[in-house]
Design a protein around this ligand. Structure first.
Ligand code: SAM
Length: 271
């Protein structure tokens, strides 16, 4: 089996995945900070993705190996597990079952973990929560399990929507408590996402997008409503803080995990 292993970074990941497909990869996977692209033969690659290494590897069942290595992830009051580890959740912890698959959000990334933990620190009882960039639906589902009356997840990537819906079902979240729609803020969001203000907004995107969307966060949050942002590299924290100050957010707090940051703040009291 011929593999091209390329160091992956969060910011370039989507471009690199596209370039590898265009170069003729027959399959892609991400593991231990590397993008692994499967090819039938060695090919010339564009300059942006020439940092990797070609390697011949013995055939093995990677999926089985990947699944065997997954462990439950504890995020505050919640433990995120794949379906086959459901029984390993310690008593007193809230199980959140996510099938690892094509959409980002198994809980194994620091940003997802910090966001779930931050949601667990809020009083979500009866609240409406908006999750921007929902991926596997993990944050919206966490919000529903933590008591939110409704959690809407939006994502520009259409493949995530059925995956998020299946994960909600797997967690026994009643239909209607979570709603997943394709789109983003600034679009005319479909009616089922609800176009009124939300009580809480959570978004695991990246710093540049938070900067671009900061005014939309204000427009979609009730005055004073909590904002939870992550996907931010420590080196880009200043950009997000500036955007939040510019839009009148207050009480900005920062939590770090390795190179990743989570920022919480409150929407302006009056809009
Ligand atoms: N919420 C999940 C989590 O916390 O693990 C997934 C986060 S993943 C890092 C980011 C997701 O945002 C991807 O599914 C991607 O398709 C989506 N996304 C990227 N740009 C977006 C945008 N402008 N609006 C909405 N979703 C976006």
């Amino acid at each position: 089996m011929l593999v091209y292993a390329l160091p992956g970074t969060f910011e370039t990941r989507e471009d690199h995945l596209d370039l590898l497909w265009e170069a003729g990869a027959t399959g892609l996977e991400e593991r231990a900070g590397l993008i692994r692209a499967y090819f039938d033969t060695e090919v010339d690659l564009p300059a942006q993705i020439r940092d990797g290494q070609w390697q011949n590897e013995a055939d093995q069942d990677w999926l089985a190996a990947f699944k065997a290595n997954l462990r439950p992830v504890r995020a505050g009051r919640v433990t995120i597990v794949p379906p086959w580890l459901r029984t390993e959740v310690e008593s007193g912890q809230l199980p959140l079952v996510i099938e690892p698959g094509m959409a980002f959000g198994t809980g194994h990334h620091a940003t997802t973990r910090m966001a779930v933990e931050a949601l667990g620190n809020l009083d979500l009882q009866g609240k409406r929560v908006l999750d921007v960039g929902t991926g596997s639906g993990v944050l919206a589902i966490a919000a529903a399990l933590l008591g939110a009356a409704q959690a809407a997840g939006v994502d520009i990537d259409p493949i995530t929507i059925p995956i998020a819906r299946e994960n909600a079902q797997e967690n026994g979240v009643p239909e209607g408590r979570t709603v997943f729609v394709e789109g983003t803020l600034g679009d005319e969001l479909p009616e089922q996402a609800g176009d009124e203000e939300f009580d809480v907004l959570v978004a695991n995107l990246y710093a540049e997008l938070h900067d671009l969307l900061a005014a939309e966060y204000v427009a979609h949050l009730r005055p004073g409503g909590p904002l939870v942002l992550t996907g931010i590299l420590t080196s880009k924290l200043g950009m997000v803080q500036d955007a939040l100050n510019r839009e009148g957010f207050s009480g900005i707090q920062v939590r770090e995990d390795g190179e990743w940051v989570l920022v919480t703040a409150s929407a302006p009291a009056q809009q």
